[in-house]
Structure formats: structure tokens, C-alpha cells
Write a protein that binds this ligand. Structure first.
Ligand SMILES: [Zn+2]
Length: 383
């Protein structure tokens, strides 16, 4: 699926649905001059009013609510029903430009502590992802993108199992239901839950009535990123060592307010800036991978013709211009770390396992390894 830059940006930008989006799609939206940009709401898992002292559990994030009343965190991670969200998070601000009747303000009551976003996501039993389409119609629309995305993961992490069950709109805990709600954005749950139904939405190109809503679809690259979330991977950009590899330009965010520069502060972020928060308390494992499918593109949620993430000088690393299409070897290793008992020796995991002569983490002849992990002299054979 060939996509224009605008299509890619908007579909990556994963801005959704019922909440009106004013994600910037380079000249697509006339309100670019002077109008107020869409801003997501901000919530925290900690209690900022804790009188006993500093609450070190405080963790801010951005959120939206879609027309099915699902809360979407940090751009594209489905949390679950809004009713549950308000029980577990302290709402600091509502998204701007809220659809009437989308967010029930009455539910905005006292915060009760529960889940922390930084908690390790639950993992799929036996590394088997059970998924279904909401309907046969949805399957015919987005099935090809889903299958291609699964294939990409399967190539890098062959121990992952993807089991499709019959299409149905039933909400089944522990199963991923793939929907294609118009103007519902690209988003998915992070990891597994045995008690909650799980979702992935892949909106297709459609006429979204609300101004600012994304009209463009989510395709294979988006589905690949979202399956990363489903498996249990979070955004690379939230790693504590992020700033050693790129420069975050908060001022270029669509909802940056020059009168409130504090909105950019990591611990006191508001709006989209929270999506770029670095989680100082979460330990990271392995080197930073700027080519990861879980890395944000350079212009996520940016004003037109600007970037929110820039290359860091002298690192030799370059931010992706668009959504990264293929999981990298480091992505594969991250998945391996999540599922160590399933991720046993296989060719392409980057480890020379017994019986292998080499393993560079890829399965291309050009790397000197055959797909069977036997040494292969590429140059000799071809010159
Ligand atoms: Zn994401």
C-alpha cells in the first residue's frame, strides 16, 4: 500500500475519533492559521495532592476517548472503558474540542489507585495471541494488512503464535478484537489481559464529519506497530535514555502554548507533551533502537513543516521519517525478553545457538548467514 507522506503521518499520528482531532496534516486543515489546535486530555496515575509528601508514583499521560467510550493513552494505546479509566486515574485536563456526549463529566470523580502504566504489561499465555475480527466485513477490509503485519512479526519472532478465531462482535476477555471504526484512529491494547476484552482499531479512509478528524486509513505499517503493543512492547521514545539519541522539540507540538512552557516539563507535562514523557523510573534493557517499530517518527503531533523529534548530532543515528515498517533485530530481542520461555534458540534471534554457525539477527543472505544460520559467503558467490 503506497501512501503519501500526509497519509503516513496522519495514520501514524494515530489521533482519533470522537474527540475531535486537529492533528496537523500539512496544510490539510485550514485552522492552521491562528486556530486552536486539538489537545488531548492529561491524566496521572499518581496523586498530585498527596499531603504526606512527594508521591513518587505520579505518572502523567495523554488520553483521548473514542466514540465507543474507549480511552486511548499516549496516542495509540487502548486502555479500556472510560468508566474504568476515571476510577484509576486522576484527570488533570479534558481533551479540547470534545464531542458532545463523548466524555461523561459526571464520571470525573476521585481518583483511586490501581494500574500503573509503567507496570510490565501482562503477557499472552504461551506467547499465543488469539484474535478475531469484529465482523466478516471488517475482515475483508483490513484482513490483508493484519496478515502482513503478523507475517512481519513472525519472521523476526517465529515463536509468537497468532491464532485467528471466528469473526464476532462479542466482547471476549483475553481475545483481541480487530475493528475498523471510521474515524476511530489506529490504536491497540498493550499486552494481554485475562479479564478484559482487547482491541485493535484500524480505521480506513473515510469521511469524518468533525473538523480535524483524520480521514486517512491505517495499513500494514500501522498494524505492525500496533501488534508490537499487543505483544507487550511500549514506545521506544519513552525510554529514560531517549534524549541521548534524539532531541525532543516540545515547542513544535501542535498544542504547545508559549504562555505555559511548563507544560513541556517531564513531570508536569500537559497535552501531547505527556506522550513524549521519558519514564525515569522504568528500567530499560538493551541498547536504544532508533530504528525500532516502536520509535516515533520525527514529526509525530508536530505543527506543519516542523518536527517534534530531531536527530541528535554526532550520534550517527537518524530518526525515521515515517512509520517504521519492519520489526528490527532489537525489537525481536525485546520480544524475546518478554517471552523467555517461548523464545528458545531459533535462527534470527541474534544469538549463535547450538547447531548454528552464525546468527546476525536477520535472515538475509546478504548478512553472511543463510536463513538456516549457516555461514554463507555472499561476495564469493556473486562475483
Ligand atoms: Zn504506539
Amino acid at each position: 500500500m503506497k501512501k503519501s507522506p500526509v497519509t503516513r503521518i496522519v495514520s501514524l499520528a494515530v489521533v482519533f475519533n470522537a474527540v475531535i482531532l486537529q492533528v496537523v496534516a500539512r496544510g490539510q486543515y485550514p485552522s492552521a492559521s491562528g486556530g486552536q489546535w486539538y489537545s488531548p486530555g492529561t491524566a496521572t496515575s499518581g496523586n498530585p495532592g498527596n499531603k504526606r509528601g512527594v508521591d513518587d508514583t505520579c505518572e502523567r499521560l495523554s488520553y483521548n476517548v473514542n466514540q465507543n467510550n474507549l480511552t486511548i493513552l499516549n496516542g495509540d494505546i487502548v486502555f479500556g472503558q472510560y468508566d474504568d479509566f476515571v476510577k484509576q486515574f486522576h484527570i488533570l485536563s479534558q481533551p479540547s474540542f470534545v464531542y458532545p456526549n463523548t466524555i461523561d463529566q459526571q464520571h470525573n470523580h476521585h481518583y483511586r489507585r490501581a494500574l500503573h502504566p509503567r507496570d510490565t504489561p501482562q503477557l499472552w499465555p504461551d506467547a499465543k495471541i488469539v484474535y478475531k475480527y469484529y465482523s466478516d466485513e471488517v475482515k475483508s477490509k483490513v484482513g490483508p494488512y493484519v496478515l502482513e503485519a503478523i507475517e512481519r512479526w513472525h519472521l523476526k519472532s517465529p515463536f509468537l503464535k497468532f491464532e485467528e478465531v471466528n469473526a464476532s462482535c462479542d466482547e471476549v476477555p483475553g481475545q483481541l478484537t480487530i475493528t475498523s471504526i471510521d474515524c476511530g484512529g489506529c490504536n491497540a491494547n498493550l499486552g494481554y489481559s485475562s479479564t478484559k476484552p482487547l482491541y485493535m482499531n484500524l480505521q480506513q479512509s473515510s469521511e469524518c464529519k468533525a473538523p480535524g478528524l483524520s480521514h486517512t486509513g491505517c495499513y500494514t505499517d500501522d498494524a505492525t506497530h500496533l501488534f508490537g503493543h499487543v505483544v507487550g512492547l511500549n514506545h521506544q521514545t519513552g525510554r529514560v535514555d531517549r534524549d541521548e539519541h534524539q532531541v525532543f522539540n516540545c515547542k513544535n507540538l501542535v498544542d504547545y502554548d508559549p504562555k505555559k512552557p511548563e507544560n513541556c516539563h517531564d513531570e508536569e507535562c500537559m497535552g501531547w507533551a505527556c506522550t513524549f514523557r521519558v519514564d525515569k523510573k522504568k528500567q530499560v534493557c538493551g541498547p536504544y533502537d532508533i530504528e525500532s517499530v516502536m520509535q516515533f517518527a520525527h514529526d509525530l503531533f508536530s505543527k506543519p513543516e516542523t518536527s517534534t523529534l530531531d536527530d541528535k548530532r554526532d550520534t550517527g543515528e537518524h530518526l525515521p521519517r515515517y512509520n517504521v515498517p519492519f520489526p528490527t533485530s532489537l525489537d525481536s530481542i525485546q520480544v524475546c525478553d518478554l517471552y523467555p520461555s517461548q523464545c528458545t534458540g531459533f535462527c534470527g534471534n541474534g544469538i549463535v545457538d547450538p547447531g548454528e554457525e552464525c546468527d546476525t539477527g536477520t535472515n538475509h543472505y546478504t548478512d553472511g548467514c543463510t536463513p538456516a544460520c549457516k555461514s554463507y559467503n555472499y561476495k564469493k558467490e556473486h562475483h
